[in-house]
Ligand binder design. Structure first.
Ligand code: ZN
Length: 143
């Protein structure tokens, strides 16, 4: 699952662009559950839609958790909060286009002829895929 290519170091931004956040929240996330995103983490355990697992950042067992209906996991040891999008991008070594395509496929959203998921291309100016980064990167040290 992990690749041995160098991880990119994108500039940090405080927030995802509103258009991308809206697309994730309204088009993608309603079709997904925690197990589709975090299910491969060591120690992943489902508890009626909530989950806990080993933390992907500090690797302490059983401290990373999330609640049903939310789209983030958080660690009660190193305090990192990791959104679904951020985690998927991490799994693709920072490749944002692949993260978007993967989430779209998981959610059953069709990829358009231009290679972008339907719905997203109408939200930006056509350059949105190159603009956003995560509020938190897994490569960064804990605060
Ligand atoms: Zn942690």
């Amino acid at each position: 699952m992990r690749h041995h290519t160098p991880k990119p170091s994108p500039p940090r931004r405080n927030k995802l662009p509103a258009a991308l956040t809206a697309w994730l929240n309204h088009t993608i996330y309603p079709h997904l559950t925690h197990v589709q995103i975090f299910g491969q983490l060591p120690g992943y355990t489902d508890r009626d839609g909530d989950f806990y697992a080993d933390c992907p950042v500090c690797h302490r067992p059983g401290v990373f958790y999330g609640f049903k209906g939310r789209h983030v996991g958080q660690c009660k040891s190193c305090m990192r909060i990791i959104g679904w999008f951020g985690f998927v991008r991490f799994r693709y070594d920072g490749d944002e286009d692949r993260a978007i395509a993967s989430l779209a496929e998981l959610a059953g959203v069709t990829i358009g002829p231009d290679g972008q998921p339907l719905g997203l291309e109408t939200l930006g100016d056509g350059d949105i895929l190159g603009l956003f980064t995560l509020p938190l990167s897994l490569d960064d040290p804990p605060p």
